[in-house]
Design a protein around this ligand. Structure first.
Ligand code: CTP
Ligand code: MG
Length: 258
C-alpha cells in the first residue's frame, strides 16, 4: 500500500527554505524483539504517544524536511496511516506510508522505492531513535548540502572496545584479538543523510551483511563523513531504554516550562 496523504508537495511553499528538497525515510517495520513481548516497537508508547510519532515529529521539526516516508510493519500500514492522520504534523510536511520487509535493509529499500522524483537529499532515520534533536537533523542535512555524498551523526565512545573471536556457545570465554584505539572510534546514529542517487545506487548494488546505510555507501568506495551526534539520539533497544526515553521527555517538559 502506498498512499499520498496530503496534496502533492511539488510546488515550493512560502517559508520553505531554498535549496535541494529533502525527504526522510523512517524504517519502523521491526518487531522489537529485544524490547520484549508487545506491540511492534515503533508503536509502543512513550509518555502516551507512539514512539513512531515522536520520531516523525523529530524529522518534521526541521524546516528543510518536506516529506516523511514511514515504512510500517508489514501488516500495520493502515494503522500507521491513521496514527499519522490523528497526530498533527507541520503544514509544510507531507507523508507517505509503505509496508516494510523482513530486514531493516529491505524496509529502507521499500521506502526509497516509494520516493517521488523531486527529492535530491534523502535521510534515513530509525523510528527507534525518537528523541533526536532538530539541531542534529539540520547538521546532517547541511553537510549533504555542502557536498558530502553520505553523512552520519556520531559520538565518541565511553567504553573501550575489544574485538574478539566470537565463541560458538553464548557465555563461553572469548579470546580478545584486538583493541582499536578508542579515540579513533565513533558510535554512529541516525538520521544518516545522503545524496539521493548515491543512496539508491548503494541499495541497488550492495548485498550482504550491513547494519547501516552509510556502510553500504562505503562498500561503493565512496567517502562517508561524520558530524557530531547527540546523546538524546540513542536507540530504544532494551526495556531500560524506555525508562531513559521517558525521563528525557519529562526533563524537556520541565525545561520548556510546561
Ligand atoms: N526495522 C525495519 N524493518 C525490519 C527491521 C527493523 O524497518 N525488518 C527498523 C526498526 O523498526 C527500527 C530500525 O529499523 O526503527 C532499527 O532496528 P532495531 O532497533 O533493531 O529495531 P527492531 O528490529 O524492531 O528491534 P529488534 O532487533 O530488537 O527486534
Ligand atoms: Mg533489529
Amino acid at each position: 500500500m502506498s498512499d499520498v496523504s496530503r496534496p502533492s508537495p511539488t510546488e515550493a511553499r512560502p517559508g520553505s527554505p531554498a535549496g535541494p528538497r529533502t525527504a526522510v525515510v523512517i524504517p519502523a517495520a521491526g518487531r522489537g524483539v529485544r524490547l520484549g513481548p508487545g506491540a511492534p516497537k515503533a508503536l509502543r508508547a512513550l509518555n502516551g504517544t507512539p514512539m513512531l510519532i515522536h520520531a516523525v515529529r523529530a524529522m518534521a521539526a526541521s524546516r528543510a524536511v518536506s516529506l516523511v516516508v514511514v515504512v510500517a510493519p508489514p501488516d500495520g500500514a493502515a494503522e500507521v496511516k491513521s496514527l499519522l492522520d490523528a497526530h498533527a504534523l507541520p503544514e509544510r510536511t507531507d507523508f507517505l506510508v509503505v509496508p516494510g520487509g523482513e530486514s531493516r535493509q529491505e524496509s529502507v529499500k521499500l521506502g526509497l522505492d516509494a520516493l517521488p522524483p523531486d527529492y535530491d537529499i534523502v535521510l534515513v532515520h530509525d523510528a527507534a531513535r525518537p528523541l533526536v534533536p532538530v539541531d542534529t537533523v539540520d547538521a546532517v542535512i547541511e553537510a549533504v548540502r555542502d557536498g558530502a555524498s553520505a553523512v552520519v551523526p556520531a559520538l565518541p565512545l565511553a567504553d573501550t572496545v575489544k574485538e574478539v573471536e566470537p565463541a560458538a556457545v553464548t557465555g563461553e570465554p572469548e579470546p580478545v584479538v584486538a583493541t582499536p584505539q578508542r579515540a579513533r572510534l565513533r558510535a554512529v546514529q541516525t538520521p544518516q543523510g545522503f545524496d539521493r542517487a548515491t543512496l539508491m545506487r548503494a541499495h541497488e548494488t550492495v548485498t550482504g551483511d550491513v547494519t547501516d546505510d552509510a556502510g553500504m555507501v562505503e562498500r561503493l568506495g565512496l567517502t562517508v563523513v561524520a558530524v557530531p551526534g547527540h546523546e538524546e539520539a540513542f536507540k530504544v533497544t532494551r526495556p531500560l531504554d524506555l525508562v531513559l526515553a521517558e525521563a528525557v521527555l519529562a526533563r524537556r517538559r520541565l525545561n520548556d516550562g510546561f
